[in-house]
Design a protein around this ligand. Structure first.
Ligand code: ZN
Length: 177
């Protein structure tokens, strides 16, 4: 494990997301989300590839902060940067189009990016079950669950244990109020 790179990625993400909050009622610090992905992968999934863990920590920096690909590349190298780019939505597209693009794209991205994508969906379902965005209706939550299942269908086989965790969460739709 490249421990130094992982700590540097955690620190970089914390700095970039320092003024952002999650949409839950408590407005949790945003950094909790990338840390949750890294934990799902490393702790629950036993994933040991440091490029995957670093990319998980950095996965929202280009999409949601002023971070550029060249900035990531200079610090974390080409592989980590390419994984992050593979899971970065094109924000010039309308939201509905972006969501369909994720479904279409999921089977085509690298195995490393598929792991990050799977962990992202696990963490988002967990957040919606435990502390959902304050203004989301039950229908919006269910729509998210259904869409996440369509994205994950495109990465099946990448990590059966994490897929089972995803399926367990996705089966809890009846708890969404
Ligand atoms: Zn995310």
């Amino acid at each position: 494990m490249n421990t130094a790179a992982i700590i540097r990625a955690a620190q970089f993400a914390a700095e970039k997301h320092k003024n952002q909050r999650r949409k839950d009622v408590d407005a949790s610090p945003y950094i909790n989300h990338p840390l949750a992905l890294a934990s799902a992968l490393a702790v629950e999934g036993g994933v040991e590839n440091p490029d995957v863990i670093c990319a998980a920590l950095l996965h929202d920096t280009i999409e949601d902060t002023n971070t550029t690909a060249s900035e990531l590349e200079a610090i974390f190298g080409a592989k980590v940067t390419s994984i992050v780019l593979e899971v970065t939505d094109d924000k010039s597209l309308a939201k509905a189009v972006r969501k369909e693009e994720q479904v279409r794209h999921a089977p085509l991205i690298s195995p490393e990016a598929q792991l990050v994508k799977l962990a992202d969906k696990i963490c988002n379902l967990r957040d919606i079950l435990a502390s959902p965005p304050a203004d989301w209706t039950a229908e919006r939550k269910k729509d998210y669950f259904d869409w996440a299942a369509r994205v994950v269908a495109g990465v099946r086989g990448i990590h059966p244990r994490l897929e089972t965790i995803f399926d367990g969460l996705n089966s809890r739709q009846s708890e969404l109020l």
